[in-house]
Design a protein around this ligand. Structure first.
Ligand code: GAL
Length: 691
């Protein structure tokens, strides 16, 4: 019976695309732990000592050459890898594998001086300069050529070296809003390719409005984002273009490396800026990785000391966003202690660094790495903590927490089980959140209510799901919806009939779909369809949308569900429900008092719930979901905010970010491996579920 269940689970997860994990990482390792080292910052005589210390603390890999272009190619066309060879050799002496980087975030000065046209130009005309980092334009063909020439040399040199496990491209590559001439030319080419003739572009952008009409592609410039009334259809295409520049640059780097790389993976280290739109866009990466910093001055945590612990869902969200792209993920940077760039840079609470490490692990990651081994003595990041302090030998508190984590993982390896082994009640709660950054681009440009927050709206649902102990995947439209018993598409504004048909099929086949306000109200160009407002969804929900209203934040409206009152102000849709629909919540004031705000109905073997309102504090979203899961015979947990629970490798991991101890109710047959069921603030409990 158990075996059957396990095979079933395995087959489900294979359909979710978990193959990347098996290709590059071994289940039996659980996770690998590494640390950044910049050999070029230190006297060569100290390298051996440093790698030995890294090894003694338990680290398994290190990370080189991230910003070292000036050292790798000191003069144009003259390469020097001797120093790096020495560092790779010494790391290997201490059993440390290496992640090699492409250093394209820091071109050497000879490059910027000889070819100043590669520098980024800002919207106000400022040209970025040498002396910092990330000042080169990804849209510049010349920059790409010079970068690829250096990368090819590096890949030729290290591609067949078994000491190198993989590659990180660039550093935290972002979408550039670059007004360099090359970017403008590239934008025109992008539009020509997309629209072929100018009439099609004029239609898509609605340029009949305000005499904006173009007669040729050559008249088009990069939209000035500062101009408040700039055509937002154009901005939508501009953002698509800008994201594509970053994606293409990374993709081309990756393909180049893969010509030489033998059994080495390629990834990059994205900042989890979900709405930027580039994460997952470079198709030839082997998996996605992210960087995450948890305490930097904002008190997004719980209670007075929350600013030392961080937002309880910050890592979980990133895990659930990055993992589904290709089935596995890694974390390239995780804070080891104080940072240097926050508004206030406090010490993390003792135990917090370890808590974050387990948070990364809980999401199913294959590695975690930290920035950086030694605190720098000079440069922009002097105040940044490392695993080792400024004397080069003293281990920091965060350094000890890393060491404890690695050693705990090494111990746990004795208990490893396949990654997919998870309890069936956990898998039954599996939920997809359908996400497309273009919805944020579009909505944020035409918010209608300054207090609306697109990502904040998504987070209300996410927070509820995590309190249920539900495994969540953020997915894109191309994924197989049927792998998920529940799917939420929050404020999914840009849509078409094809997507609506895909949703209908999903529901008819047994899926439980939750759509929320602002969904499918525009086409993919950001235009309103020539139909009643919101009518694209009629054949799915059966509802009609009468109108929507927006209120002042300090004078919110109310909706009532099961006699409980909820406040709202950012967006409320007044619904004419389908005859077969059950009204779950109604407005209780204004001239539409008594009108439906939330409806649900069965369709085929599944159900469609429509939430036409965005509550102020997320309580309504939570309570709606609390009705839907049990109605489908799916048990949910009721974890307090700050406590999360996930499973991987036959292990349950419970984390406490809250300011009070939490008593976790262990499942039957569970065996505690780390911690205790009474989990203190910043505490971790790990138990095994399989016999
Ligand atoms: C990251 C960056 C690292 C380092 C770190 C400092 O955003 O990728 O290179 O600057 O911040 O906290």
């Amino acid at each position: 019976m158990r075996k059957k269940l396990f095979l079933l689970i395995l087959s489900c997860l294979t359909t979710l695309g978990l193959s990347a994990q098996g290709r590059w990482f071994n289940d039996k390792d659980l996770t690998l732990t590494g640390v950044y080292y910049y050999p070029e910052h230190w006297d060569e005589s100290e390298w051996d000592r440093d790698f030995k210390k890294m090894h003694d603390l338990g680290f398994e890999f290190t990370h080189f050459a991230e910003f070292a272009w000036a050292q790798l190619e000191p003069e144009e066309g003259k390469y020097d890898f001797a120093w790096l060879d020495k560092a790779v050799g010494l790391a290997a002496k201490y059993n440390l594998k290496v992640v090699m980087c492409t250093s394209t975030a820091t071109p050497p000065v000879w490059l910027s001086r000889r070819y100043p046209e590669i520098l980024i130009k800002e919207e106000d005309g400022t040209i970025l300069d040498h002396g910092a980092r990330q000042h080169a334009s990804f849209a510049s063909p010349l920059y790409r050529k010079l970068a690829y020439r250096m990368i090819e040399k590096l890949a030729e040199h290290y591609g067949n070296d078994s000491r190198i496990i993989g590659w990180q491209l660039d550093n935290e590559p972002a979408v550039q809003f670059d007004y360099n001439d090359s970017a403008e030319k590239a934008f025109r080419e992008f539009l020509k390719k997309k629209y072929v003739n100018i009439k099609a572009l004029n239609d898509a952008w609605g340029t009949a409005f305000w005499s904006e009409v173009y007669s040729s592609f050559d008249e088009i410039t990069l939209p000035k984002r500062k101009q408040m009334f700039m055509n937002h259809h154009q901005i939508l295409d501009y953002r698509r273009f800008a994201a594509a520049q970053t994606n293409d640059f990374l993709n081309e780097q990756s393909l180049l490396i893969k010509r030489y790389a033998k059994n080495q993976w390629v990834t990059t280290n994205y900042i989890p800026n979900y709405e930027e739109g580039h994460i997952g866009g470079s198709k030839s990466l082997d998996f996605q990785s992210y960087t995450r910093y948890m305490v930097y001055g904002d008190n997004e945590g719980i209670g007075r000391r929350g600013y030392r612990v961080g937002n309880p869902l910050r890592i979980a969200f990133a895990n659930d966003f990055f993992r589904p792209v290709q089935g596995t993920y890694g974390v390239m940077e995780l804070q080891p202690g104080q940072v240097n760039w926050g508004s206030i840079n406090p010490q993390p609470l003792p135990g917090a660094v370890r808590l974050w490490l387990w948070s990364v692990f809980a999401g199913g990651s294959d590695f975690v790495c930290t920035y950086r081994f030694r605190q720098p003595l000079y440069g922009t990041e002097q105040y940044h903590y490392g695993i080792i302090g400024p004397d080069g030998v003293t281990v920091t508190p965060g350094g000890y927490e890393y060491s404890q984590f690695v050693n705990d993982i090494k111990e746990l390896r004795k208990h490893y089980k396949p990654r997919q082994l998870m309890p069936k009640e956990y898998l039954a709660r599996r939920t997809a959140i359908l996400f497309n950054h273009e919805n944020s681009w579009s909505i944020e440009r035409q918010k209608q209510n300054a207090t609306w927050n697109t990502l904040g709206h998504v987070e209300k649902y996410y927070k509820a799901l995590k309190s249920f102990g539900a495994p969540v995947d953020f997915i894109t439209e191309d994924k197989d919806f049927s792998a998920y018993p529940f799917m939420i598409a929050p404020a999914y504004q840009l849509a078409d009939d094809e997507l609506v048909s895909k949703w209908i099929k999903y529901v008819e086949n047994g899926g439980n779909l939750i759509l929320t306000c602002r969904t499918a109200q525009k086409d993919r160009f950001g235009r309103l369809p020539k139909a009643k407002f919101g009518a694209m969804l009629n054949r799915l929900t059966g509802n009609e949308l009468d109108f929507y209203d927006l209120l002042l934040p300090n004078d919110p409206g109310k909706v009532v569900m099961d006699n409980k009152v909820y406040k709202w102000n950012t967006w409320g849709e007044i619904i004419k429900p389908a005859q077969q629909a059950t009204v779950l919540a109604k407005y209780t004031d204004e001239f539409y008092e008594g009108a439906p705000a939330v409806t649900t109905r069965d369709l085929g073997k599944g159900s469609i719930t429509y939430v036409g309102v965005d509550s102020q504090d997320g309580a309504l979203e939570m309570d709606i979901l609390k009705k839907i899961y049990p109605k489908n015979n799916v048990q949910i947990l009721d974890l307090p905010f700050g406590v999360t629970m996930e499973y991987r490798n036959g292990l349950g991991i419970v984390l406490n970010y809250s300011d009070k101890p939490y008593q976790f109710d262990l499942p039957k047959e569970a065996k505690v491996l780390i911690g205790k069921p009474l989990i203190e603030t910043a505490g971790v409990l790990v138990f095994s579920i399989a016999k």
